[in-house]
Design a protein around this ligand. Sequence first.
Ligand code: KIV
Length: 291
Amino acid sequence: MTSAITQQTPAQAQPGLYGGKSSRRITVRDIAAAKRRGEKWPMLTAYDAMTASVFDEAGIPVILVGDSMGNAHLGYESTVPVTLEQVTMLSAAVVRGTRRAMVVGDLPFGSYQEGAVQALRSATHLVKEAGVGAVKLEGGERSADQIRLLVDSGIPVMAHVGLTPQSVNAYGGHPVQGRGEEAAQQLLRDAKAVQDAGAFAVVLELVTAELASEVRRSLHIPTVGIGSGADCDAQVLVWTDMAGMTDWPGGRTPRFVKQYGQLRQALGDAARAFADDVVGGAYPAEEHSFH
Ligand code: KIV
């Protein structure tokens, strides 16, 4: 499929999932229909209204207000400190900035691990206060009860298995998941468990390409890959990684990230040009002044 981001109009970019004359938002039914058609789709994160509006206009059908906001937007070292109020506030901004995309709000660490009732309370808050169309939470078998109650209560859930960044302290890093027979079998059980609990899609993060392919073939809900090879139904990237905005420690971009722009360089150049003009007296010029 041609990159949605480089196209002129959303309809050209996404003739299936995003295209047509409709101006309504993408729903879980559209996602299921795309899966039946065998159509791949892109997902990006966003954390503010203006960036989200750019992605919406570019034809990105699903926008995730990820707890990756911890690293990518709020200056933390991981997703762990992110709070439900932060996700709610930024999700509301992303909903306001979009017309077509399904906006998925991420349940942050500590907002659903206690059990299904806590998960329902947190997800209800996010849906009512921010207006998101779905929520995402991490975990396979261990989160099945939470997913089931949310779905039974009318809240669509995107699940997230493989590497689950909220457990970074338990992993002690970001290891590739599913290597070895036992780990592979557990991942397959996790993916099956979230599907059985009613999730409408499942993120596979940092899973070997072979295993991700096997998971996709064993499920009827779409798999959304990140660092999990090409054989997924959808692909997601953190927008700052995708656009070349992230300042990677030591300049080492992870292998799975492809940069489709050099925004960090472009924004720095703009800021330096502005500073030079102010210091040199070239800005504001006559045309920027009122009389
Ligand atoms: O928080 C996030 O942005 C995510 C994606 C990387 C899937 O969970």
